[in-house]
Design a protein around this ligand. Sequence first.
Ligand code: PAN
Ligand code: ZN
Length: 190
Amino acid sequence: MNQYQTPPIAPTQISFDVESGSMSPTGPTLIRRASDLKGCFKDEGALAELITNLNPEIYQVVSSIVPEVSRELPQSITTIRPGSVSGELFMTKGHQHPDPQGEIYFGLAGEGGVIMYDGHDTKWVEVQVGKIAYIPPGWAHRSINTGSSDYKFLAVYPGSAGHDYQWVLDHGMGLRAYFENGKLKLEDYK
Ligand code: PAN
Ligand code: ZN
């Protein structure tokens, strides 16, 4: 054991399966349904209707065994289902890292991207298969499925970064992503 291992994670191989969006050995899995995304979509009435009717899964996050603790480098695969609420594309809740540190997203399958917002400027970065989106420290981030199949990406982030969801509810994301006339349309948040 060396001085930095708290708790010790042995050097290890982690497999990821793009088809199922899973990792092995696997850590915690989180499923977020429509009811978990209150406050995210502009059309709150349409979201409420979706919750009453089906409350479908919007996305899931499968984590590896590497824990979210200081000096470790956890990873997770997010799978966002295709769909929209009144044209606003299915998305993750989005968060800010309270301990501002960089993060990378590797595109694994489908079509999507990430809205980043630092409280002043907002950026849209596509995340295709074979591309990496770099999220700098201090930029809140929210992922969007812009296609008609599952959109999957692998996230790698510092274990001490933390996740602040309230920041996005309080500040917004600068942009909203819609599917209109067969293509992606980004609009001011409002
Ligand atoms: C990602 C996200 C994941 C789900 O692993 O946590 O895509 O998005 P929300 O956390 O906003 O629900 C990441 O950015 N981790 O830091
Ligand atoms: Zn993050």
